[in-house]
Design a protein around this ligand. Structure first.
Ligand code: FES
Ligand code: MG
Length: 563
């Protein structure tokens, strides 16, 4: 009789356990497996390949390589599909579905028999969803990422998704390039398989996952089309088998701790990484009851230099980061700032797995005494406009705009923004603050990456490249500008942002970490009395989100899914 391992785990409820086991093996045999295979430890492999997901184009070959590693180590690899989320493919946003992917993945990790799992993700929301699921399911998991795409040499420069997409689009809006040129560039921005080739959300998350110990050293940045990416997949298979056969395997709950989350925050800051990664890390940590505190983030930010010179903050691409030494080199550079005791999947503490790299390209990974910037890339703000916080990616912003008290030009939502941003009647100047509301996690907009409000066309044509913009939504990890994001509580939840009107004055002080609405309390009270919350969606996932989603300071997880 099989042990309660492999296919013997988690038997379906038929009221007769021996029958359940017999039935399961009978059906497994219909797939052509021998007894020798069915007695092996089972490694579940999460398959997020999809015809909609360009970033996951290589998932079939990654699964083949991971399966090879599992088979070679004596296990049975069983891939299974889950929700696949590709950024530009989803309405209203991929963020709206991250928790659905997390819920789906957790349910399948928990329901199906497996001794360990390999999570194959890559595009922005997939890896966060998988780690949220792993944290809750708490079965041993290896994270494998698709890896970044390669940049494309093009007419004397290099292009990659999607900082260059935004740069070219901004030039098109400003009228400095024409329609033929923007169409020509369209075919050069993303030319290989893989996730976006800059330090956007996908790359940032991969680096944080390596920091947390869910993958071997150096694996985060291997390009998607490099042969080493397939070897990493094979190694993930062997690693999953080591977990499956260990007496006391390292579990997600061993890897997600207050200390490891703080290490991940340090790395996020040193990378000049994506603002979205903060939301995702908060959600992942929240599954284990670990809170990401914004005051603590600011304290870390003040003492963590930006060391990595990649777009959108700097100039390089992910392939440069990989060639420069990748995460092992960065972690070594940060070693005195990190908690040394946090383990990886092999149980080795961080301090023991760091080693001086043989080679570091200092153009991409700077030494501590020659940082890209002496302070961390992100800073949290709070004040009367954001009682529970907001985020500014200062490393991708314009310092001359950091201390500002100006008039707000307010857009009520995405439709209003689209309708009026380029209108000659808008009357905005470069000194004004553009404010977008009703685009947070609970809104029908689904917390889009619309925080990167376009510069009004008249100003863009006049040469304005940046102005202060703020909202309750997100921006792409590949975007740049003086942009305050994730204002919490959001407008749709009745936060002060809901009450802002055009003509109000707003004070931003990065030095004081403040964001204040300079409107008398009586005026705000009058506006609040007239405010009505948005109607709930009628049914389905939209309804579940509207009723359950938490604010950005809790990672925008669903309340019912938190640890
Ligand atoms: Fe998938 Fe950027 S769109 S990683
Ligand atoms: Mg992105």
């Amino acid at each position: 009789m099989a042990t309660e391992r492999g296919l013997g785990r988690r038997l379906a409820n038929y009221g007769d356990r021996d029958f359940a086991r017999y039935l399961r093996r009978s059906f497994a045999k219909s797939m052509g497996y021998s007894d020798e295979m069915l007695d092996r430890p089972v490694i579940g492999i999460v398959d997020t390949g999809s015809g909609y997901n360009n970033c996951h184009r290589t998932v079939p070959e990654l699964i083949a390589a991971a399966s090879r590693g599992v088979l070679a180590a004596g296990g049975l690899p069983l891939p299974f599909p889950t929700v696949s989320l590709c950024e530009p493919s989803l309405f209203p946003t991929s963020m709206h579905y991250r928790n659905l992917a997390a819920l789906d993945t957790e349910a399948m990790l928990t329901a199906q028999p497996m001794d360990a799992a390999i999570l194959v993700g890559g595009c922005d929301k997939t890896v966060p969803a998988q780690l949220m699921a792993a944290a809750s399911a708490d079965i041993p998991c290896v994270q494998l990422v698709t890896g970044p795409m390669l940049a494309t040499p093009f007419q004397g420069e290099r292009l990659s998704a999607c900082t260059d997409c935004r740069r070219y689009w901004a030039a098109y809006r400003a009228g400095t390039i024409d329609a033929a040129r923007i169409a020509e560039v369209e075919g050069q921005l993303a030319t290989t398989a893989g996730s976006c080739g800059v330090m956007g959300t996908a790359s940032t998350m991969a680096c944080l996952v390596e920091t947390l110990g869910f993958m071997p050293a150096g694996h985060a940045s291997i390009p998607a089309v490099h042969a080493a990416r397939l070897r990493a997949a094979e190694e993930a298979g062997r690693m999953a088998m080591r977990l499956a056969t260990a007496a006391a395997p390292v579990r997600p709950s061993d890897l997600i701790t207050p200390e490891s989350v703080e290490n991940a925050l340090r790395v996020l800051l040193a990378l000049g990484g994506s603002t979205n990664a903060l939301v995702h890390l908060t959600a992942i940590a929240g599954r284990r009851g670990v809170r990401v505190d914004l005051d603590r983030l600011n304290a870390l930010s003040d003492t963590t230099p930006v060391l990595v010179d990649l777009k959108p903050t700097g100039s390089g691409y992910m392939e440069d980061f990989h060639a420069a030494g990748g995460m092992p080199a960065l972690l070594w550079e940060l070693r005195d700032l990190l908690h040394p005791g946090t383990p990886d999947l092999a149980g080795v503490p961080l301090g023991a797995r760091l080693a001086a790299p043989a080679y570091v390209d200092r153009r991409i990974i700077r030494a501590r005494d020659e940082p890209v910037s002496p302070e961390g890339g992100l800073v949290a703000l709070s004040g009367t406009l954001a009682p529970r916080g907001a985020i500014l990616k200062r490393s991708a912003a314009t310092p001359s705009l950091f201390e500002t008290t100006q008039r707000a030009i307010v857009f009520d939502g995405l439709a209003d923004l689209a309708e009026r941003i380029d209108s000659p009647d808008l009357g905005a100047t470069a000194d004004d603050i553009l404010v977008l509301k009703n685009a947070g996690p609970r809104s029908a907009a689904g917390m889009p990456e619309a925080g990167y409000l376009p510069i009004p066309r008249a100003l863009a044509v006049a040469g304005v490249r940046d102005m202060v913009r703020m909202s309750d939504c997100r921006m792409s990890g590949t975007a740049f500008g003086t942009i305050v994001l994730h204002i919490t509580p959001e407008a749709a939840a009745g936060g002060p942002l809901a009450l802002v009107e055009t003509g109000d004055r707003i004070r931003l002080s990065v030095r004081e970490r403040r964001l204040d609405l300079l409107v008398p309390d009586e005026t705000l009270a009058r506006r609040r009395a007239a405010w009505t919350p948005p109607a709930l969606p009628a049914r389905g996932w939209d309804r579940i989100v509207a009723e359950q989603v938490l604010q950005a300071d809790e990672g925008c997880d669903l309340g019912v899914l938190r640890g």
